[in-house]
Design a binder for this molecule. Structure first.
Ligand SMILES: [Fe+2]
Ligand SMILES: [Fe+2]
Length: 489
């Protein structure tokens, strides 16, 4: 890639005159335009029945994408969510782009789906696409207990953008996969998070998001899985997918900001309360709860839960499917373009922690088979860096406490460690031993009940629930008392 000069073609302006905003010249492809215009009202029906409950008429101060240029790509304004201009946005095409990895490395990227990889690609799009509406469904009732209008707006921003990510995948399916693709796009609107008969595809997307701490943890940990997957797909030799994912990443950054700053504000408020009351021991849980704060041990248990269920999203650590997708040039590694090796991995190995005869053992595996393990490791690094930023807040308050991410084998349902019982520190134990201590590691019913008891809505301008600190700066540099959501219209 490095010798190749890549030029960006001028960004196609987003056409907002069309029924479906787009920068892909949708009106040139009548068949596709008709298919998408048929899907659009079905999407709106889904949004109205499964999107934020009770706020469909509220005016929300949202950003809407108006271009694909990372600088100045969005405008902010009040909008009723069902009238949000969901559309199709791809990052600009790079002229001369070549397939960056795998056995087709160096060949021109594909603008159409190669027949031999059709089913592999379709599967990847469906799995990615399914997560987008799932999170909206999981977060459907949170608005009713918002800690502030600022947070309410951020929730809705995340929700409408996950809706747009669904559009992104539905577009690729309908444009490149004909009748099958149209059926899959319909199915994306028909599965339901947590539904027994037609659940969403991946486990973490069928969990509940009952309280705002869960929401912040979800956006921090689980949206970050989204980032890793999108970064890998943004490398794809199938160019429309690469361009789609590149633009989605621009939006995704805000979701992780919401999570990281949200948890950070909860920590800050707890520490303020502890300081005021002269509590220095984080294990004085009853005292902290009596003050209405989120105690740090409960917060750590939430981290353990969200981290471990998110790791399951990466699939089996050692995987021939992942090897095939890499070899095919369909799904790369995290930021493949910044890695310095042959990008084919035919003779390379990668150290993978495996469960062998009930023990955790590091095994050198062929690097191709270890693509998922590697992405998981990259995720753990990325998430840990964010956790370390939270830990600076403890230093600031002089409180001796650190949030840690649990061992990667802890509480797993998918992959190498699914059949093992491993504690947060990485000790293998029997099922009985594990169960006896699980309440120390994972949120208990009492934790959940306590968190729910804190979830009282605060909807006055500039006011915040007592368990969370206000943000340092407003969205779009708005002042502290800005009315981010007008509930009565
Ligand atoms: Fe998304
Ligand atoms: Fe997201």
């Amino acid at each position: 890639m490095s010798e190749q000069t890549t030029e960006m073609t001028p960004t196609v302006e987003v056409n907002y005159a069309d029924k479906i905003p787009n920068n892909v010249n949708l009106s040139d492809d009548r068949r596709l335009q008709r298919a998408m215009e048929k899907w659009q009202p079905e999407f709106i029906d889904w949004w109205k029945s499964m999107g934020p409950d009770g706020f469909q008429d509220a005016e929300v101060y949202l950003r809407t994408a108006v271009g694909a240029d990372p600088k100045g790509w969005a405008v902010f304004d009040y909008v009723k969510m069902p009238e949000y201009r969901w559309g199709i946005l791809l990052a600009p095409k790079e002229e001369g782009r070549v397939i960056p990895f795998g056995k087709h490395k160096g060949e021109p990227v594909w603008q159409e789906v190669p027949g031999e990889y059709r089913s592999m690609l379709k599967r990847l799009l469906v799995i990615q696409g399914d997560t987008e509406p799932a999170s909206v469904e999981q977060q459907r009732y949170l608005g009713k207990t918002c800690p502030s209008l600022y947070d309410l707006r951020n929730l809705f921003q995340v929700n409408v953008e996950e809706g747009r990510h669904l559009w992104a995948m539905a577009y690729l399916l309908q444009k490149y996969f004909g009748k099958d693709g149209r059926e899959e796009a319909e199915a994306l609107l028909n599965r339901r998070s947590g539904d027994e008969d037609k659940p969403r595809i991946l486990g973490a997307f069928n969990e509940k998001t009952p309280d705002w701490l869960s929401f912040f943890m979800f956006t921090f940990f689980t949206d970050r899985d989204g980032k890793m997957q999108l970064e890998s797909l943004a490398q794809s030799g199938f160019d429309p997918l690469a361009r789609t994912c590149r633009f989605m990443l621009t939006e995704e950054a805000h979701h992780m900001f919401v999570g990281e700053s949200g948890v950070g504000r909860v920590i800050r408020r707890t520490l303020e309360k502890m300081k005021e009351a002269g509590i220095t021991d984080p294990n004085e849980v009853d005292k902290v709860r009596a003050l209405g704060g989120v105690d740090l041990p409960a917060l750590q248990r939430k981290v353990n839960f969200h981290f471990s269920v998110t790791l399951d999203l990466f699939g089996a650590e050692v995987s021939t499917n992942a090897a095939n997708a890499f070899n095919a040039g369909i799904k790369g590694r995290y930021r493949e373009d910044r890695l310095e090796d042959d990008h084919q991995l035919l003779n390379e190995t990668y150290p993978v922690l495996r469960g062998v005869d009930g023990k955790l053992v590091e095994v050198e595996e062929p690097a191709l088979n270890a693509i998922n393990a590697r992405l998981l490791d990259d995720y753990i690094k990325d998430a840990s860096a964010g956790v370390n930023r939270w830990n600076k807040i403890f230093d600031e308050f002089g409180i001796d406490f650190q949030i840690t991410v649990p061992h990667k084998a802890f509480n797993r349902r998918v992959g190498e460690f699914a059949e093992m019982h491993v504690d947060v520190a990485g000790n293998v134990m029997s099922e009985a031993e594990w169960n006896a201590q699980a309440a120390n590691w994972l949120p208990s019913q009492a934790d959940e009940d306590y968190l729910l008891s804190l979830m009282k809505p605060v909807t006055e301008k500039g006011q915040y629930a007592d368990w969370i600190a206000p943000p340092k700066v407003g969205i779009d540099k708005k002042p502290g008392d800005f009315e981010y959501v007008t509930i009565e219209s």
